[in-house]
Design a protein around this ligand. Structure first.
Ligand code: XMP
Ligand code: MG
Length: 179
């Protein structure tokens, strides 16, 4: 897999440091509350695990699965709910954990969904933020890194469902999409 990567943007150690920092910030901010952590499948799985290991607060954990890319490198513009949230959202403080915020459409869709279900508060923790990609106006509350406007893979992020198991985040070689 390493041969398909043009450039490593964030190493395993840098990512571990960011997850630790965010887990500690969340611990401080959520002390005395019992939030519901919702991890956005599949991209946020590795990041969620690493943040949770540093999150020292009573919390329940759930998952939601949404899809907007359908295998390519450009957002289709339409967000589909692939797996519903099973927990009761009403009155809850929610921490949404994402891999990356790009156009912002996924996040906007999820925030609206949670508000419709009666969430008391929704905060967003994302490994990566790509501000130049933004099409709708949303922002993350906890950010690991701001990324340049490139398609990135690794540490949960995929191209055609591959590369999620790379321990770092990097830019794919263009020759990989042109295959
Ligand atoms: P939007 O555009 O809705 O994107 O903010 C959010 C979701 O799209 C995926 N995404 C990416 N996946 N490399 C990836 O592997 C990228 O550069 C990228 N940009 C967006 C991702 O699943 C995210 O949750
Ligand atoms: Mg995602």
């Amino acid at each position: 897999m390493d041969n398909d990567i043009e450039k490593v943007l964030y190493s395993r150690d840098e990512i571990a440091g960011a997850a630790k920092r965010l887990g500690k910030e969340l611990t401080r901010d959520y002390a005395g509350r019992q939030p519901l952590v919702i991890s956005v499948l599949k991209g946020a799985i590795l990041f969620t695990v690493d943040v949770l290991k540093e999150f020292d607060v009573y919390a329940d954990i759930d998952f939601v699965d949404v899809s907007s890319y359908h295998g390519g490198t450009e957002s289709s513009g339409k967000v589909d709910l692939v797996r519903e949230i099973s927990s009761d959202i009403k009155g809850r403080d929610i921490i949404l954990v994402e891999d990356i915020i790009d156009t912002g459409r996924t996040l906007k869709y999820l925030i609206q969904l949670l508000e419709e279900k009666g969430a008391h508060d929704v905060k967003v923790c994302t490994l990566l933020d790509k501000p130049e990609g933004r099409v709708v106006d949303v922002k993350a509350d906890y950010v690991g890194f701001n990324v340049p406007n490139e398609f990135v893979v690794g540490y949960g992020l995929d191209y055609n469902e591959l590369y999620r198991n790379l321990p770092y985040v990097g830019i794919l070689k263009p020759s990989v999409y042109q295959k």
